[in-house]
Design a protein around this ligand. Structure first.
Ligand code: COA
Length: 394
């Protein structure tokens, strides 16, 4: 039985900073950001968005027919959750008025949580082919003002519907994971930004790429010629280039050229949105479909997922005949072109004006946005959310 991704929804907030502006403000060469790190813009997250609203807004962008009474499981993969106990997935079920007869929970393992959710959903559908699952990778990447990782910040969520006979991507039964305890990036409880050694993390990622691809090829006898595209988790787009370069010595020229061109297409949305942690690999898939008009149904796509700490996993899938229609491509272009560019001072003010930590009652000022769901504030210790559609209808 074929199981895989039936549809994808993407959401990112409506503010961004141009990284040439940021480079000037930080006294860096713009080319370091745009070429050396490979990022052009960075999403700025308003206080009205958290991982719950990002997740619900992403699921709200799914094609109308994709969430129905077959839904049996809702998973949010995130490393920037707002509650140490309650799952964001439960709030998503409520906000979207989903069928309550579902299993809802979150998964955490740095940027790998979305992949863990996707593969758990695949197993769930294999056991219950009449059911579907909703997996949402939702995150806000915050490193801190003027920090080493600042230029790689971003925010967004990708919602994946997993089903039997999927219309977008059939997942193969070839997922191979490698886990090793390393201190490259982690965020102890109570800290708002991670402890990260970016250079160590980059070399650990490449070490995992080498190990996982070598074992995958020896176990599954796949070759680079089998793949129309290789997608990578992109904390910044240069990371994908480094990963492909690490594999390149074993490729022939034609494979290398094809995989390089497709990786460039798959990196376009990350260049504009920034790092979205758990969703970054799936943002690459969206980007490939939106930006590369040469990929075809039947093409095999390889996906490498990496979550610091660390877990690396490689798996593959085959595009299905209706794949291009299972993402609202026009809606994504509209969402991106409607974004508002902030100057660096405005970004810094927004960065520090988040809902304060603690449990005091607070209200988040409403601001102009097309997002359906937003954070309203906190009352009786709990966050509460707005639904613009419901408010307009009321
Ligand atoms: N023009 C073009 N390229 C330039 C440049 C210029 N003027 N100045 C520097 N560069 C290049 C460097 O050569 C380097 O390229 P390389 O990596 O291919 O060698 C790149 O820009 C970055 O320069 P570097 O000095 O290493 O930058 P940095 O010390 O600020 O660190 C990161 C960059 C990405 C490591 C840092 O932003 C970071 O820690 N990010 C978060 C890490 C992360 O996401 N970790 C999780 C991984 S899953």
């Amino acid at each position: 039985m074929d199981i895989g991704i039936d549809a994808i929804g993407l959401f990112t907030p409506h503010w961004y900073v141009d990284l040439v502006d940021l480079a000037h403000a930080r006294g860096d060469e713009p080319a370091k950001y745009t070429i050396g790190i490979g990022q052009d813009q960075m999403t700025v997250t308003p206080a009205t968005q958290d991982v719950v609203t990002l997740a619900a807004n992403a699921a709200n962008q799914l094609p109308a027919d994709s969430l129905d009474e077959r839904l049996g499981m809702v998973i949010v993969g995130s490393e920037s959750g707002v509650d140490e106990s309650k799952a964001a997935a439960i709030s998503v079920v409520k906000l979207l008025h989903l069928n309550p007869w579902v299993r809802a929970f979150d998964i955490k393992e740095a940027c790998y949580g979305g992949t863990a959710g996707l593969l758990a959903a695949r197993d769930f559908v294999a056991a219950h082919p009449d059911k579907t699952a909703l997996v949402i990778a939702s995150d806000i990447a915050r490193y801190g003002l003027a920090s080493g990782g600042e230029v790689t910040q971003g925010a967004g969520a990708v919602a994946l519907v997993v089903s039997a006979q999927p219309k977008l991507l059939v997942l193969h039964d070839d997922a191979l994971a490698y886990t090793e305890d390393i201190p490259d990036f982690f965020r102890p409880t109570g800290m708002t930004v991670p402890v990260v050694d970016g250079h160590y993390s980059t070399s650990a990622y490449l070490d995992f790429v080498g190990k996982v691809f070598a074992r995958h090829q020896s176990q599954h006898h796949d070759q680079y010629g089998d793949y129309a595209a290789l997608l990578f988790h992109l904390p910044f787009t240069k990371m994908g280039k480094k990963a492909l370069a690490a594999l390149a010595p074993a490729m022939n020229d034609a494979d290398h050229q094809r995989l390089t061109e497709r990786l460039a297409a798959a990196s376009q949305l990350s260049r504009r949105i920034g790092n979205i942690y758990t969703g970054s690999l799936y943002l690459s898939l969206v980007s490939l479909i939106c930006e590369d008009k040469t990929i075809r149904s039947g093409d095999r796509i390889g996906l490498f997922s990496y979550g610091s700490g660390a877990v690396g996993e490689f798996f593959s899938g085959t595009l299905q005949p209706d794949f291009a229609n299972r993402i609202d491509q026009a809606g994504i272009q509209q969402m991106l072109s409607a974004r508002v560019r902030l100057n660096v001072l405005e970004y810094e003010q927004v960065f520090t004006a988040q809902l304060p930590l603690g449990d005091a009652d607070a209200t988040v000022p409403v601001e102009e946005s097309t997002a359906r769901f937003s954070v309203g504030g906190r009352a009786n210790h709990a966050r509460w959310y707005r639904d613009q559609q419901q408010e307009k209808g009321a």
